[in-house]
Design a protein around this ligand. Structure first.
Ligand code: SAM
Ligand code: SF4
Length: 309
């Protein structure tokens, strides 16, 4: 249980927002890429695409992870997200991801979450869990490998966690299955909603062109109006069509830490060509929060900013 109640958390975010309007640039989110190791080789994955070129340690040490968690908390971050590679594979001696989640809460983060390919057991103590879902079984497995859909569904059946959502990356490989994937999520009792993203290249060959993206955004907006559990806000969906988001990107909202301890403000793709073709929905939501967009503030706080346990 978090020591700061929901009202205290709302007040903290209110102050953070006001200070940011006055020019403060302190990250609210701490995104920690704790490893590059993964049990899959997904066809669209930027980490897998760069696997050979990644230098330095492939996994963050426990001591460094705790130090980074504490430092970013001290500078004001209250939302902590573990990313990879596959973060559920992370180990340092006897320590595993669950221990990092526990420490994050002990330090005082309001919300601690992680992203996963869902091939391993869900960690119940996490406040929020993002599971990757890239299509119905056949398509998901074409992208992510044989057996990945069934193991994801099996692990979801085993949990009663109330805040699991799906993250879909739309590429040429699954563009014709967006509707089916959203329907699948709405029928699955264990998944609370779906967030739609576009590929941030590389790999370039499966990236959608702008006309194809426009059709996807129109479809998702229509399904959202019909009541499907789509987590992107309307405005963010429209801003996904602004491919070069580099001038709008609110770099300072999230800090990023890599396994070797190097730090980025915003994301590690800043100043690369990838940054000019950004498909990450979260980045749009971050910006909309900083400009006081109410729909985004309300929708995102419910899922990602207030402690659930
Ligand atoms: C890098 S993965 C790490 C967590 C975990 N291994 C997983 O697959 O969910 C986090 C999310 O980024 C997405 N992703 C990977 N490569 C991407 C790319 N090039 N553009 C946009 N999203 C990407 C994945 O599909 C996944 O939903
Ligand atoms: S499971 Fe995640 S990190 Fe691993 S290859 Fe797939 S998208 Fe990349």
């Amino acid at each position: 249980m978090n020591r700061v109640g929901k009202l205290g958390q709302v007040a903290y975010y209110g102050f953070w927002f006001l200070k940011s309007r006055l020019g403060s640039r302190k990250p609210l989110v701490n995104t920690m890429i704790i490893n590059y190791e993964c049990n899959l080789r997904c066809k669209h994955c930027s980490i897998a695409a760069h696997a050979e070129e990644l230098h330095g340690p492939k996994s963050m040490s426990y001591d460094l992870a705790v130090k980074e968690m504490k430092e970013h908390y001290e500078t004001g971050a209250r939302i902590l997200f573990f990313e990879g590679g596959e973060p559920t594979l992370w180990r340092d001696g006897s320590k595993a991801l669950k221990d990092l989640i526990d420490i994050g809460k002990e330090i005082g983060y309001f919300v601690v979450g992680y992203t996963t390919n869902g091939t391993r057991e869900i960690i119940e103590t996490s406040d929020v869990i993002s599971v990757s879902l890239d299509g119905p079984k056949e398509i998901h497995e074409e992208i992510r490998g044989h057996g990945t859909f069934d193991s994801l569904m099996k692990n979801l059946e085993r949990t009663n966690h109330q805040n699991v959502f799906a993250n879909m990356v739309v590429t040429k490989m699954n563009v014709n299955f967006v509707k089916e994937t959203i329907e699948l999520v709405s029928e699955n009792q264990r998944i609370r909603g779906i967030m739609i993203n576009f590929l941030t290249p590389p790999p370039n060959s499966i990236a959608l062109d702008i006309q194809e993206k426009r059709k996807v955004v129109d479809l998702v907006l229509t399904m959202k109006r019909q009541g499907y559990p789509i987590l992107n806000t309307n405005r963010a969906l429209k801003e996904l069509l602004e491919e070069d988001y580099s001038q709008k990107c609110p770099y300072w909202v999230s800090a990023f830490v890599l396994p070797d301890g190097s730090k980025y403000s915003g994301c590690p793709l800043q100043n690369t060509n990838s940054c000019k073709q950004c498909g990450f929905n979260a980045v749009r939501e971050y910006r909309l929060i900083t400009v006081g967009n109410l729909q985004t503030i309300i929708q995102m706080s419910r899922r990602f900013a207030l402690s659930t346990q």
